[in-house]
Design a protein. Structure first.
Lengths: 410, 100
């Protein structure tokens, strides 16, 4: 133990003695660790938020298609789907997009009186669905009885400078200006989900999009809760049955989950490629610096060997040095990544990961710091450094002490 | 700078990182286990994050996304292999010699 402690002490002295090498390696590793970690935290946060939305999304979404494009779906299919074994609820939904100025917003009509929605979530208190449990910052949630009222996302409110009670005018696709009173504004904590949203009663949305009463944008299909092992099979079975409906497209939750993961993974992948390039450069620089230091430390190695250090001891000291440097660099890099994302709001990365939105949501970036990411950053900063060190230090340590000291003096 | 200082700095940073990780995990587990009535009511599968196309929130959407890029929760990937409910075997027989 004492021996190891002395070796650690000696390695620490070397870190201080060879300042240039230490600084070069530290700076390179810190840059690569902080770039990777800051992207990974945002990517994991977005994926987790997406997965959370999916958790509450319907098991199956059915929409109409016409000539390969989405089209309104006939409500007459609701009965057919409801009759399928395993279906617990079918909820019609009317929604779409609309512009206010150059900003594209999501307009969503919800059926607050739909009993099938309530039965799909029988564990939720019905009265609490209507009021108080929604993330409202000011005003109130929609009332099933009131007309021409909307609840809007925080980003929409900020964009328009709107408050509760303000009149919102939106021009529909048929060039008709529609006016709504803002009943409530969602809070910024829930902004990741509703920043760009204008919520209204389903009939208001029908009127806005000019969708006839016998049509809907899509149908949300909820499957009965069965044994989790059989849930997926049941969903796929029902989806296959529903796909018999002509001019329809059937999408399961699993497919959407794959899509989301691929999307965020692809974007983070771009940064990962950049990061790998940085990491390779770091390994080369570390190798180069270790070779240079090995040359400088020839006399020192000769002296150590003449004092009884074995070749293995010298290699061990160099590896301890690299492990400490790698750990320190990874810890600093991760700390910078956390501060950059959590306190500075991840500038640049945020714009890239959020995309080229027509309305930049003003919510804070969702972060998820997982143990896997931390371990990966540590592994990827320490291991290449150890590999880059081992050969030069072995080469340095195997030289005869007499030759080493003479060569160094010469 | 003493040798010990390097170790103390490293340990402090490791503690900060570990604490941040634990705080993040706890916060997410609370978020995930908390009931979200708005998401239940609306049922949109994606989040309010913009994309390369204006169909960001669309779980159903214009095919334009296939030529530009996909969106979270979008349907572009619906056409990728592995979709369990696609049944396009009808096209397999529409060849001149009828082989698949």
């Amino acid at each position: 133990m004492n021996r190891f402690r002395n070796q650690v002490n000696y390695a620490l002295s070397c870190i201080k003695r060879y300042k240039t090498r230490t600084l070069v390696i530290l700076i390179c590793l810190i840059v690569s660790a902080s770039v990777f970690s800051s992207v990974a935290f945002v990517k994991d946060g977005l994926s987790a938020q997406g997965a959370l939305s999916l958790k509450y999304s319907p098991d199956i979404t059915v929409q109409g298609i016409s000539a390969g494009r989405q089209a309104p779906l006939n409500t007459s299919y609701i009965g057919f789907i409801q009759a399928e074994a395993g279906v617990s609820a079918v909820v019609p939904r009317v929604w779409g997009y609309a512009n206010i100025g150059n900003n594209l917003l999501v307009i969503l009509g919800v059926d607050l009186q739909n009993s099938s929605f309530v039965s799909a979530y029988s564990h939720v208190n019905v009265s609490s669905i209507y009021q108080s449990i929604y993330p409202i910052e000011s005003g109130s949630f929609l009332d099933a009885q009131s007309n021409n009222t909307v609840v809007i996302g925080k980003a929409v409110a900020d964009l328009l400078g709107a408050k509760v009670g303000s009149i919102l005018t939106i021009v529909s696709e048929s060039n008709e200006p529609k006016q709504y009173t803002i009943a409530g504004i969602f809070n910024s904590e829930s902004g990741i989900y509703n920043a760009d949203m204008i919520l209204m009663n389903i009939n208001e949305a029908r009127s806005f999009f000019k969708i006839p009463n016998d049509k809907v944008t899509d149908l949300m299909v909820y499957i009965s809760n069965v044994d989790p092992a059989n849930q997926k099979s049941l969903v796929n079975y029902v989806a296959r049955e529903i796909s018999d409906i002509p001019n329809s497209r059937v999408v399961t939750k699993d497919v959407l989950l794959q899509a989301q993961q691929t999307t965020y993974g692809d974007r983070a992948g771009f940064f990962s490629v950049v990061w790998y390039v940085i990491l390779i450069s770091v390994a080369i620089i570390a190798f180069n610096q270790t070779v240079a230091v090995g040359h400088e430390s020839k006399f020192e190695v000769g002296l150590l060997k003449s004092l009884g250090f074995s070749t293995l001891d010298i290699i061990k000291v160099r590896l301890i040095e690299s492990a400490i440097l790698g750990t320190l660099a990874a810890a600093i890099g991760l700390t910078i990544g956390i501060i950059y994302d959590a306190f500075l709001g991840a500038p640049v990365i945020k714009d890239f990961m959020m995309g080229w939105a027509t309305l930049y949501p003003s919510f804070s970036v969702p972060l998820l710091i997982t143990p896997q990411t931390l371990l990966f950053v540590f592994a990827i900063t320490i291991v290449p450094l150890l590999f880059a060190t081992v050969i030069p230090s072995w080469h340095n340590a195997t030289v005869d002490p007499d030759i080493a000291m003479r060569g160094a003096r010469a | 700078m003493k040798n010990k200082t390097i170790l103390v700095v490293t340990m402090s940073l490791l503690l900060f990182v570990t604490f941040s990780c634990i705080a993040s995990e706890i916060s997410w587990s609370i978020t995930v286990n908390k009931s979200d009535s708005l998401r239940q009511l609306i049922g949109l599968p994606s989040i309010a994050v913009g994309n390369l196309n204006p169909s960001a929130r669309n779980p159903g959407l214009e095919i334009i996304c296939t030529s530009l890029y996909d969106s979270p929760g979008g349907y572009c990937y619906y056409f990728t292999p592995g979709v369990p409910v696609s049944n396009i075997t009808i096209f397999a027989n529409v060849t001149l010699d009828g082989t698949k």
